[in-house]
Design a protein around this ligand. Structure first.
Ligand code: NAD
Length: 487
């Protein structure tokens, strides 16, 4: 079935606002947004360059006190109103999110409620931020800490789900009392500015949330800006390195939320069919373009055949195609560049002797113009092969086998990443042993709950150092000031 043309009229809103002013000419130039499902342009977008980034940061700095000095209950109620507004605009927001990156509507529809949930969770923190009383000696004194916001936070976000990225950033950053300049990717410039306008409608003072869609140049200008007090970066490990190097010039603190190469460890005592169903989502969810997707299947020898059969049979049947079709579960990848890069990785794996079990090609027929890569599974992948080591960020899974628990752990930990790990076992003792041994920021046992607002999510090793969610996520946006008063 042919892919439906997107409702491009939904995109005809300014993407770049500095305060209440929508800009039409910028130093960052313009790009044409392309709908990933058809490969055809939708609309032109103005991008921020260094001049607009500078204006945005100055505005955020000037506007910050109006938010910082709000009472806790006012901040709480404002965030709750923002959550309500996102839900009230959920139809439009999910359609825009779907067109932005070719996300299946079925999935895009879940995003507003999830984003609202994150904001509500952090709204609940606003009236619980305080400090501690600190014991002192030998001089009698009162010593206490004040948990204070940083000031202006630069939030650099990826393209793979801007609605959730905005909620995960704005929830804790605003609850803590910061102003935020957000730089979305030029590939996904539509959703983030809408959230910023809704924030104003909810009662966040104009200028406290400023969105500057742009490319690497805008990102660099934001990181090096002397009026930025903290950088919160979400993206690839390679860009994370560049951000750290740039931030070293001003010694600006940086939180890094980076990529992963997360593993599913399937033990023989697991509910193997259920595990296989969860594991296949590593390729399907966001077309494999999720940071926490489990893309390496590590399977005990004795259940290997069963897992592979279930995963490949299900992947061959997965509803794949037009993001606007109700039944579609898996859509295209984000861009032609991504599509070509993923196909190159597949070709290289084949040439190195990996055994292709399913997929492996760009989709043809009605999908030929879009950036559709078939869900792909490889077996016989050497542990040190690029495919087993590097994030593909596309619908490609690898299957490796293990004989012992030690081998499983060694394989799971054998990459430079450490974002998540999915453990499938019904042995309680093994669960405790293996979760402790895994070098990963999160371990999900017998299921994949998604990112919970209340749970800390983030990486170890080269998957980053920051945390999103929970009290740990809030702490990224607060710093303690110590006060000492003699008795
Ligand atoms: P990316 O690293 O290419 O870009 C991320 C952001 O950084 C974009 O806004 C981009 O414009 C900006 N940027 C690029 N160069 C920059 C520079 N030199 N200085 C400052 N900013 C710069 O990543 P992407 O392709 O947008 O997203 C995919 C990556 O993000 C994957 O690696 C994925 O795993 C990761 N990711 C991680 C998480 C997490 O929470 N850990 C969540 C989502 C995505």
């Amino acid at each position: 079935m042919a892919v439906a043309e997107p409702a491009t009229h939904l995109l005809n809103q300014p993407a770049l606002w500095i305060g209440a002013e929508a800009l039409t000419e910028t130093s960052g130039g313009r790009i044409e947004h392309v709908y990933a499902a058809t490969g055809r342009p939708t609309t032109e977008v103005v991008l921020a360059g260094p001049a607009e980034v500078d204006s945005a940061v100055r505005l955020a700095r000037a506007s910050w006190p109006a938010w910082r000095d709000r009472t806790a209950d006012s901040r709480r109620d404002t965030l709750l109103r923002l959550a309500d507004l996102i839900v009230a605009h959920s139809v439009e927001l999910s359609q825009v999110q779907s067109i932005e990156i070719g996300l299946p509507v079925q999935l895009a529809r879940q995003m507003p409620a999830m984003a609202a949930d994150h904001l509500r969770y952090y709204a609940g923190w606003c009236d619980k931020i305080g400090g501690d009383v600190v014991p002192t000696w030998p001089v009698r004194s009162l010593d206490y800490t004040l948990d204070e916001p940083y000031g202006v936070v630069a939030g650099i976000i990826p393209w793979n789900g801007t609605l959730m990225s905005m909620a995960q950033l704005l929830g804790p950053a605003l609850a803590a009392g910061n102003a935020v300049v957000v730089k979305p990717s030029e590939l996904a410039p539509f959703v983030a500015p809408r959230i910023a306008r809704l924030a104003v409608q909810a009662g966040v003072p104009e200028g406290v949330v400023v969105v500057v869609p742009g490319g690497a140049e805008a990102g660099r200008a934001l990181v090096r800006h002397p009026e930025v007090d903290k950088v919160h970066f979400t993206g690839s490990a390679a860009t994370g390195r560049a951000v750290l190097a740039e931030a070293a010039q001003t010694l600006t603190p940086v939180a890094l939320e980076l990529g992963g190469k997360s593993a599913h460890l399937v033990f023989a005592d697991a509910d193997v069919r259920f595990a296989a169903r969860i594991a296949m989502s590593g390729a399907v969810a966001l077309s494999g373009q999720g940071c926490a997707n489990g893309t390496r299947l590590l399977v005990h020898d004795s259940v290997h055949e069963q897992v592979v059969e279930t995963v490949t049979a299900r992947l061959r049947r997965v509803p794949f195609g037009d993001p606007a079709a109700e039944r579609t579960v898996m859509g295209p990848v984000v861009s032609e560049e991504s599509c070509n890069r993923i196909l190159r990785v597949i070709e290289q794996a084949r040439s190195e002797g990996a055994r292709l079990l399913c997929g492996g090609s760009r989709a043809g027929g009605d999908l030929a113009d879009g950036y559709f890569v078939e869900p792909t599974v490889f077996a016989d992948v050497a542990p040190d092969a690029e495919l087993a080591q590097e994030e593909v960020f596309g619908p490609v899974l690898t299957v490796q086998t293990f004989g012992t628990e030690e081998e499983a752990i060694a394989l799971a930990n054998g990459t430079r990443y450490g974002l998540g790990a999915y453990l499938h076992t019904n042995d309680l003792r093994r669960t405790h042993r293996v979760t402790r041994a895994l070098a990963a920021g999160s371990v999900w046992v017998n299921g994949a709950p998604g990112l919970l607002p209340s749970a800390p999510f983030g990486g170890v090793k080269q998957s980053g150092s920051g945390r999103i969610g929970g009290a740990a996520g809030l702490r990224e946006f607060l710093r303690p000031k110590n006060v000492w008063i003699p008795a």
